[in-house]
Design a protein around this ligand. Structure first.
Ligand code: ADP
Length: 366
């Protein structure tokens, strides 16, 4: 399933968290009032800062933790009382969790042996899984004789070999370097589309989440701040947390002057006005926060749109494919601007900036 495909139908529901809560200490909730569905064949990522409740959510689905309140439905059945091994879920962890004393082949065969599959079937399935991750030639090695990336591919094969309909992955690429991580992201995506398996994936890395997922649930303090396709989250963040957590963002503070339909006029703190899209209940006279992506700001009078400002360049950073300008508005607020690499600008230069009101998202301040 690709991002932005047809909306979910009721019959697609494969995993359902219904009002699920988890408290470890009886006082605070690591996960609070979680309502989340995953459809069959979907790649859903739980994204959020450390401590926001992602692993707790995954562990409750796996059966390693029990919800304090609420119910989890898996494939039409409540699983609150099922132990992990009855859920038939494949798991991949950051630390691989391979058996060090077993060979690659024996590691991959393990889930089939515990399911008491006939030996001849096991051999065929293991070979198929090793081919899938291109590690057949290493089948006699032990995990300690493999690189990190190879070990993680063995862990993937072990999670997939018994053909589970659901695979959970908790920061599976966290221990790998950037290049290998990006390569493995593609491999996992390919496996996902080839096998049609449902994947729930945990990461704190937003670019990984945006690259791999059909939908992303952004966690903050044990709750979902927003769930949607990568495109929804990037272009239509529902609150300041998501606007700042996904991609880069400028934040401008002000007070709402006027609201007219989906648009509002805001006086910025320190002076100046801006027209913005009103997101949520922004009210006249109330403080608000405006989120504006650096690449949505245009430079030069010819490109000015609904909003125009004069700003002073404080510095510029050359980043190869683009230039990052740090500018200061007349009211003292800083604005980061992303432009093409061909335009160098000197500190102290005055620039005209402009942006569309649709790209300025005004949120009420809670
Ligand atoms: P994340 O995966 O987003 O980093 P976690 O689900 O691991 O978040 O943790 C959520 C909260 O629950 C944190 O405050 C964490 O300290 C707490 N927590 C997680 N596991 C346990 C545990 N086994 N016992 C007590 N508190 C825990």
């Amino acid at each position: 399933m690709a991002s932005g495909t047809a909306p979910l139908r009721e019959t697609d529901r494969f995993v359902d968290f219904i009002d699920v809560e988890k408290s470890y200490d009886g006082r605070t909730f690591a996960v609070a009032r979680l309502n989340l569905h995953v459809s069959k064949g979907e790649f859903l990522t739980l994204l959020g800062p450390s401590g926001s409740g992602k692993t707790t959510t995954l562990n409750m689905l796996a059966g390693f933790e029990r919800p304090t309140n609420g119910t989890i439905i898996l494939n039409g059945q409540p699983v609150d009382r099922s132990p992990p091994y009855e859920r038939n879920i494949g798991m991949v962890f950051q630390n691989y969790a391979l058996f060090p004393h077993l060979t690659v082949e024996e590691n991959v065969a393990f889930p089939l042996s515990v399911r008491k599959m006939p030996k001849s079937d096991i051999a065929a399935r293991v070979q198929k899984a090793l081919d899938m991750i291109q590690l057949r030639k290493f089948s006699d090695r032990r995990p300690g004789q493999l690189s990190g990336g190879q070990q993680q591919r063995v862990a993937l094969a072990r999670a997939l070999v018994f053909e589970p309909t659901l695979v959970l992955m908790d920061e599976p690429l966290g221990a790998l370097d950037k290049k290998l991580r990006e390569h493995m992201q593609l491999e996992i995506k390919q496996l996902h589309s080839m096998l049609g398996v449902t994947i729930v994936y945990v990461t704190h890395d937003q670019s990984e989440a945006l690259t791999m997922s059909d939908r992303v649930a952004v966690f903050n303090n044990g709750s979902i701040a927003q769930i949607g396709t990568p495109d929804d989250l990037y272009n239509q963040p529902a609150n300041p947390f998501v606007a700042s957590f996904i991609g880069e963002n400028n934040t401008l503070d002000g007070v709402v002057d006027d609201v007219s339909g989906a648009e509002c006029q805001v006086t910025l703190n320190g002076g100046g006005h801006i027209r913005a899209a009103a997101i949520g209940p922004v009210a006249k006279g109330a403080p608000c926060q405006i989120a504006l992506r650096p690449e949505r700001i245009r430079v030069g009078p010819a490109t000015l749109k609904d909003n125009s400002f004069q700003a002073t360049v404080e510095g510029s950073i050359y980043l190869g494919d683009h230039l990052r300008l740090l500018t200061r508005l007349g009211n003292g607020q800083l604005l980061s601007v992303k432009i093409g690499p061909e335009r160098m600008m000197a500190a102290g230069e005055t620039v005209a900036l402009g942006c569309s009101s649709l790209d300025c998202r005004a949120f009420p301040v809670q």
